[in-house]
Ligand binder design. Structure first.
Ligand SMILES: CC(C)(COP(=O)(O)OP(=O)(O)OC[C@H]1O[C@@H](n2cnc3c(N)ncnc32)[C@H](O)[C@@H]1OP(=O)(O)O)[C@@H](O)C(=O)NCCC(=O)NCCS
Length: 159
């Protein structure tokens, strides 16, 4: 699954912070009516909050030369790598950007000796689940009313 033509995936830099925060705002404000308000708070960090997240999480961004199209983070813990804050701008979805980000993150996890990569998503985010399966993840379980009264699905990919 090659990266889509014209798209570059790279480590996030401090100069990207305003753009990445704007991306998360666009992506999650669009579903404001469908998700708990607490979810939105976590999903749309301000610049200061994102800067402090960058201390513990390695972020990758997708760009097309003009703008930032998507992002994902890798958080390492106890020998595994959790993917966090995955988002792709609505107007460039279904072109392989999400897959390219996830596979870059998986490669990073492998190169950093993680034994497994995992990701969770609200059970209602079925498009995201389809992407995880497409990228080779298997469904690992479901926790009921796990985040703000919402069911959450877990996916894993042993390395
Ligand atoms: C989920 C998300 C990251 C997918 O990004 P994307 O760039 O569109 O994903 P891709 O183009 O790489 O999709 C690859 C495959 O995954 C599956 N897929 C992705 N989105 C899908 C959707 N909405 N419905 C059904 N299948 C989907 C398809 O099999 C797709 O291949 P195809 O387009 O050839 O059919 C994007 O829709 C998004 O940002 N959504 C809102 C935020 C979100 O849900 N983040 C994840 C929370 S954990």
């Amino acid at each position: 699954m090659p990266t889509p033509p014209g798209v570059l995936i790279d480590r996030v830099s401090h100069e990207d912070i305003p753009e990445i925060c704007a991306l998360y705002r666009r992506v999650w404000e669009a579903v404001r009516a469908e998700v708990p308000p607490e979810f939105l708070k976590g999903a749309v960090p301000g610049a200061l909050e994102f800067t402090s997240r960058m201390e513990g999480v390695t972020y990758f961004v997708a760009r097309d030369g003009k703008r930032l199209l998507g992002a994902v983070g890798c958080a390492f813990s106890a020998g595994n790598c959790r993917l966090v804050d995955l988002a792709v701008d609505a107007d460039v979805r279904r072109k392989g950007v999400g897959t390219a980000l996830v596979l870059t993150a998986v490669d990073w996890a492998r190169r950093n000796q993680a034994k497994e990569v995992w990701i969770d998503a609200l059970a209602r985010f079925q498009g995201a689940h389809a992407l995880f399966r497409h990228a080779g993840f298997q469904e690992a379980g479901l926790l009921h009313r796990h985040y703000w009264n919402e069911d959450v699905k877990f996916f894993e990919k042993p390395l």
